[in-house]
Write a protein that binds this ligand. Structure first.
Ligand SMILES: [Zn+2]
Length: 231
């Protein structure tokens, strides 16, 4: 009798978890049009999110230098990965810029997508051997992970990924546009780029990966704050 009850409870539990799984994947697919830029699963030896979009601790401390063009905020998501890791198109699209004037050197690539967004892949290892106008499906290889200018492949190599509007003047938070289980992608490391600055002026402002603001390139700095707690 006890066994039968356990068995029924186990079947019920698995049905409920499947229902939740199906509900979460179908709603996510409807809401978020893009995929992750890697084929491999996340992990310490493959890739993970090393810096969120927005007012990360790293962005706050570098707001006047690295991020001055984007209102002092980090205008993309950084994915830590070895140099040479293959970068994949986050959605179907067409190449509109190779090594364009969008920063994130030494090499960058911009794809235009039919839904009006543009994706920018930065800190690429080499100039992608592609043509302007070349078409891509989601998941096709478009480049290789490299390291930022002034850095090397054994010093925090990563992909810097941005999603902008058609004018390239506005950046959006990729967590709302890329289908992923973002919660697990920092691997619990608690790096400065994975945490956010608390401002005593409004301690509720921009506290999570999900509530960061859209960014206008060339706009005024938004985080020139004095009284902060940057853990
Ligand atoms: Zn970055």
């Amino acid at each position: 009798m006890r066994n039968r009850v356990f068995k029924r409870a186990a079947i019920l539990a698995s049905l409920v978890s499947w229902a939740f799984f199906l509900a979460s994947t179908s709603s996510a697919q409807g809401a978020r049009p893009f995929g992750l830029p890697f084929a491999e699963p996340p992990g310490l030896s493959t890739w993970f999110v090393s810096q969120w979009y927005g007012n990360s601790v790293t962005a706050y401390w570098n707001q006047r230098v690295l991020y001055a063009g984007g209102q002092g905020l980090h205008f993309g998501i950084d994915f830590a990965a070895r140099c040479g890791t293959v970068v994949r198109a986050i959605g179907e699209g067409v190449v509109v810029a190779i090594d364009g004037p969008y920063g994130a050197g030494p090499h960058n690539l911009v794809l235009a997508h039919p839904n009006g967004y543009r994706s920018l892949y930065g800190h690429l290892l080499e100039r992608p051997p592609l043509e302007i106008g070349q078409r891509f499906d989601r998941g096709d290889p478009v480049g290789l992970v490299g390291a930022p200018v002034g850095s090397t492949c054994d010093q925090a190599p990563h992909l810097h990924l941005e999603i902008r509007d058609v004018t390239m003047r506005r950046a959006y938070n990729p967590v709302h546009l890329i289908e992923a289980d973002w919660r697990g992608l920092t691997l619990g490391l608690s790096l400065p780029g994975q945490r956010f600055v608390l401002w005593y002026g409004d301690p509720t402002l921009w506290r999570t990966p999900w509530d960061q603001p859209e960014i206008d390139f060339g706009g005024v700095a938004r985080n020139a704050w004095q009284d902060v707690w940057a853990p």
